[in-house]
Design a protein around this ligand. Structure first.
Ligand code: GDP
Length: 297
């Protein structure tokens, strides 16, 4: 049977019970298990190395507490370090402190869950924060993308900007800003176009839209199931626009959490939301401790 990482770590340390301090060789043996578990979870290698070094440094020489077994003590050190790597204990809030309409620009590749996440966040803002929200689709590449957002808007009870065929993304952004001002909208969500790969046209379009709408939040939507690819995509986007956070979708299908772990360490951007299903309310504020628990088992 497959033992959880907690069990495996415990096993390494059981023989140590009752001794004075955590010894380097034992910690190193335990870290081999951590290393394997993180690599199995598809965490990027440099991130794994850094993590293992940090935890080793912290654990070696620590006095063994009387109240817990050495194994439990190391599990706790690893858990705390995982939570820290995932963004710490505080949950990152959306920053909506600006003159309305506050703009949230959603960016990402096609199929990442961008349109769905836009509607999910609009629903949250409306229902949990009492905000008057509006959504606009700037996706003129994917057939029916604008229509899809309209249908989702009807489902969640959030207005969408009326569709005018043939308009370019920057024209739609300008019209959305005007319309949001006229209607005293609190938060305007812009669902920008996605493409199958990161390319210059996509980046230029995003920058042009940002110049018009001055977004307070620029959220990158990535699919957690794509693992390290998701992290590479995030790195490309972070190099081009001022991302303020990440939405990690399909966490319902990702038992491993590797993308979440590398994301913060590689891009420095906080994961703000986790998508947990196809339904409009399947979104959660990102909780580092839950992902840490999944990895530790
Ligand atoms: P876009 O091309 O990035 O706008 O992607 P969509 O929002 O159209 O989403 C693509 C597919 O992924 C749709 O079938 C969504 O229902 C599905 N989807 C989006 N987010 C999640 C999620 O968190 N979990 C699951 N299981 N499916 C999701």
């Amino acid at each position: 049977m497959f033992d959880s990482l907690s069990d495996r770590l415990g096993g390494v340390f059981d023989k140590l019970r009752g001794r004075g301090a955590l010894k380097e060789q034992d910690v190193r043996d335990a870290m081999r298990e951590v290393r394997i578990a993180l690599l199995e979870a598809d965490v990027a290698l440099p991130v794994v190395r850094r993590f293992v070094d940090q935890v080793t440094e912290k654990a070696v020489g620590q006095s063994v507490l009387r109240s817990v077994t050495p194994g439990q003590q190391v599990v706790k050190i690893v858990n705390d370090a995982l939570v820290e790597m995932l963004g710490g204990d505080t949950t990152p809030e959306l920053d909506l402190n600006a003159t309305p309409p506050v703009v949230i620009m959603m960016v990402g590749l096609q199929g990442s869950g961008k349109t769905t996440s836009t509607a999910k966040i609009a629903k949250l803002l409306k229902e949990k924060h009492g905000k008057k929200a509006m959504m606009a689709s700037l996706d003129v590449n994917r057939p029916a993308a604008q229509e899809q957002l309209k249908v989702l808007g009807e489902q969640v009870g959030v207005a969408t900007l009326p569709i005018i065929a043939g308009q370019q993304p920057t024209e739609i952004a300008t019209r959305a800003m005007q319309s949001a001002k006229l209607q005293a909208i609190d938060v305007l969500l812009l669902d920008t176009a996605g493409r199958l790969h990161v390319d210059q046209q996509l980046m230029d379009e995003m920058k042009a839209v940002a110049a018009i709408s001055n977004p307070r939040e620029t959220l990158l939507v990535v699919d957690s199931l794509t693992g390290q690819d998701a992290v590479n995509v995030a790195q490309s986007f972070a190099g081009e626009v001022d991302l303020t956070g990440v939405v990690l979708t399909r966490m319902d299908g990702d038992a491993r959490g590797g993308a979440a772990l590398s994301m913060r360490a590689v891009t420095g951007k906080p994961i703000k939301f986790a998508g947990t299903g196809e339904k409009a309310d399947a979104i959660e504020v990102f909780h580092p401790s839950r992902v840490a628990n999944r990895i530790l088992g």
